[in-house]
Design a protein around this ligand. Structure first.
Ligand code: GLC
Length: 506
C-alpha cells in the first residue's frame, strides 16, 4: 500500500467558487495538481530533486475556503458536513461546515455568523477581515479534528490563514491532535500583513508574541505571527524568496526573515494550461498555435479595428492588462509611453482599480487619441483577445511575488516587457542576456528604464524573424502546475520527516 500524505490547504479564495485575484488562481489549480500527482507514479523527471521523493505516495489533499456570500451555491451542490461551536470572546460562535467533491478531492466551506453573506471577500479594513479570517482559520482546524482527519501538513496562505499556523505553533503540544502536523505558510504578497487584525486574534485568544524575534510593531499581526510560527515558508518564486530578505522588499521584516533563511524557499506558481490555450480559447477571433502562428495577425487586426485604431499589422501594438494598483506600476508605464510619443506604436490598456491611476490612463488616451485606448473595466474576454493579438505587454511591477499575466502572455505569443523582479525574473529570459530569450527585462522601476526597454523591443519588432523566434520560445515554455506540485510534494515530505524527528526525540 502506498503511504498517504495528508495535506490541508487553506486559503481565502479558490477558483471557480470565488476568485478575486492570484490567490484564487493558485487555489484553483495547486490542490488539484497535488491530487493528480498522488495518483501517478513518482519520482519525478529530474527537474526537481525527485530522488528525494519517498515515492510512490498517495496525496490526500483537502481544500478549505470560507463560504463567502458571493459563492454561487446553486452551481455547486454543497452538502452539510458538521455543525459545531468554537470559543469566541467570552462565549462561543457557531460554525457550519459544508463540503463539495469537485476534482475528486474534498473541498470544505466554512460558514457562520462571522462570515457575513453581504461582506466582500476582502474589505478595505483589515480590522473587519481580522475577525472573519481568524474565525475561518480556527474553524477549519476544529473541523478536521471533529472529522478525526489528521493532516501531516497544514499549508496556509497569506495573512488570512496565518492565524491557523500561529495557533498550531502555540498549541501543538505532545499528546495533542496536531502534535505531528507540520506547518507551511505560503507567501503571495508580503506587504499585506493584516496590520489591523490584532483585535480579531485577541477575540479568539491568540495572544501577541512575547519573544523578541519579531520587531515590536509586528507582534500582534497575523502574517508576522504566522511567519514566526511556520515550520517552513514558501514564497511563490525563487527570486521573491530572496528579495524579501532585503530592505527594498522586506516590509520591515527582512531582519527576522534573514534569521529564518534556512526555512524559506521559493516555488514558482504554474499556469492552468487548459484554461489558457490559444488553440482552443473560444474568446479569440482566430485560434492559433505553434504551427499556425501566422493566424495570430487576424487577432491583431481585429483588435485595431475594434479599438478604432489604424488597422495596420506593421505598427507594434502594446498592451497592459490587470489591476490598476501601485504594485503593478501602471503610472510607470503611462509616463514611459508618453516619452516615446515620437515613435510608431499603439497601446490598449485594460483594467480597473485605483481611481487616480484609472484617470491617468484615460488622460493618456486624451493626449494621444490616435494611438492609445484605455478601457476601464474587468473584461475577461477582451483580456484574452488582447493576449492573442497584441505584440507585446508591459509589466513594470514594483514588486511581483510571482505574476500570472506574463505566463499567459507568453503562451499566447504576446512578448513580455517586464521589470526584473520576483516571478517575472524567474519566468522571462531577457533578449540581451540570452540566446534563448522569451522577452525583455529591465532593472529599475522608472519610466526611463522601461522606455529604453520599449525602444529595444520596437527595434527588434522590425526584424520579424527574430520576433517570431521569441514568440515561439515563449509559447513552448513549461509553466504547468505539475512541476510546482512536484516541488511542493518534495518539500512536504521533508517537513514530515523533520517533524517526525522532533516528535519522536527524547
Ligand atoms: C499575489 C501576487 C502575485 C502572485 C499571486 C499568486 O497576487 O501579487 O504576484 O502571482 O499572489 O501567488
Amino acid at each position: 500500500m502506498k503511504p498517504i500524505l495528508r495535506v490541508l490547504f487553506m486559503i481565502a479564495e479558490a477558483d471557480p467558487f470565488i476568485k478575486i485575484g492570484g490567490l484564487g488562481e493558485v487555489a484553483g489549480s495547486l490542490p488539484a495538481a497535488l491530487h493528480r500527482l498522488g495518483q501517478v507514479q513518482l519520482p519525478g523527471d529530474g527537474q526537481v530533486s525527485g530522488s528525494e521523493l519517498e515515492a510512490p505516495v498517495e496525496v490526500d489533499v483537502r481544500l478549505a475556503i470560507p463560504l463567502h456570500g458571493a459563492v454561487q451555491r446553486k452551481n455547486y451542490p454543497l452538502r452539510s458536513l458538521a455543525n459545531f461551536r468554537i470559543p469566541y470572546g467570552r462565549g462561543f460562535t457557531r460554525v457550519e461546515a459544508l463540503t463539495y467533491e469537485g476534482d475528486g478531492f474534498p473541498i470544505y466551506f466554512i460558514s457562520g455568523p462571522l462570515i457575513p453573506v453581504d461582506a466582500p471577500v476582502y474589505s478595505l479594513d483589515s480590522a473587519e477581515d481580522g475577525l472573519k479570517y481568524t474565525f475561518f482559520s480556527l474553524a477549519v482546524l476544529e473541523l478536521v479534528k471533529i472529522l478525526n482527519w489528521k493532516p501531516d501538513v497544514v499549508h496556509a496562505n497569506d495573512w488570512h490563514t496565518a492565524p491557523a499556523v500561529y495557533s498550531l505553533g502555540i498549541n501543538r503540544q505532545p499528546g495533542t491532535f496536531f502534535f505531528e502536523t507540520s506547518t507551511l505558510l505560503g507567501l503571495h504578497n508580503l506587504p499585506y500583513l493584516g496590520d489591523k487584525a490584532g483585535p480579531g486574534l485577541a477575540a479568539f485568544k491568540l495572544p501577541p508574541d512575547t519573544t523578541t524575534s519579531l520587531p515590536a510593531w509586528a507582534r500582534n499581526m497575523p502574517l508576522p505571527l504566522g511567519l514566526l510560527a511556520a515550520d517552513h515558508i514558501v514564497a511563490v518564486s525563487p527570486t521573491y524568496a530572496r528579495e524579501i530578505l532585503t530592505q527594498e522588499f522586506g516590509c520591515g521584516l527582512q531582519g527576522y526573515l534573514k534569521s529564518r533563511a534556512a526555512s524559506i524557499s521559493g516555488i514558482l506558481n504554474g499556469l492552468d494550461v487548459d484554461k489558457w490555450n490559444p488553440q482552443t480559447d473560444p474568446a479569440l477571433v482566430r485560434n492559433f498555435g505553434l504551427t499556425s502562428l501566422d493566424e495570430r495577425l487576424a487577432n491583431k487586426l481585429a483588435l485595431q479595428e475594434e479599438a478604432g485604431l489604424e488597422v495596420n499589422g506593421d505598427i507594434p501594438l502594446l498592451t497592459m492588462i490587470g489591476r490598476m494598483d501601485q504594485q503593478k506600476g501602471i503610472d510607470i508605464a503611462l509616463e514611459a509611453l508618453r516619452q516615446q510619443a515620437n515613435r510608431s506604436w499603439q497601446a490598449i490598456i485594460l483594467g480597473t482599480g485605483n481611481h487616480s491611476l484609472e484617470e491617468s490612463a484615460c488622460q493618456l488616451e486624451a493626449e494621444l487619441p490616435d494611438r492609445v485606448r484605455t478601457v476601464i473595466r474587468y473584461d475577461s474576454a477582451l483580456s484574452r483577445r488582447l493576449y492573442s493579438g497584441a505584440d507585446a505587454i508591459l509589466i513594470p511591477s514594483r514588486y511581483e511575488p510571482c505574476g500570472l499575466v506574463q505566463m499567459i502572455a507568453m503562451r499566447y505569443g504576446c512578448v513580455p516587457i517586464a521589470r526584473a523582479t520576483g516571478g517575472l525574473k524567474d519566468t522571462i529570459r531577457d533578449f540581451s542576456a540570452s540566446a534563448e530569450s522569451t522577452g525583455f527585462l529591465f532593472a529599475w522601476d522608472t519610466p526611463t528604464a522601461l522606455g529604453a526597454t520599449i525602444r529595444r523591443a520596437l527595434q527588434l519588432f522590425a526584424d520579424q524573424e527574430e520576433w517570431r523566434a521569441i514568440q515561439l520560445r515563449g509559447m513552448t515554455e513549461d509553466f504547468s502546475w505539475e512541476r510546482s506540485a512536484r516541488e511542493y510534494l518534495v518539500l512536504y515530505q521533508r517537513l514530515v520527516s523533520n517533524r517526525m524527528k522532533i516528535t519522536t526525540a527524547g
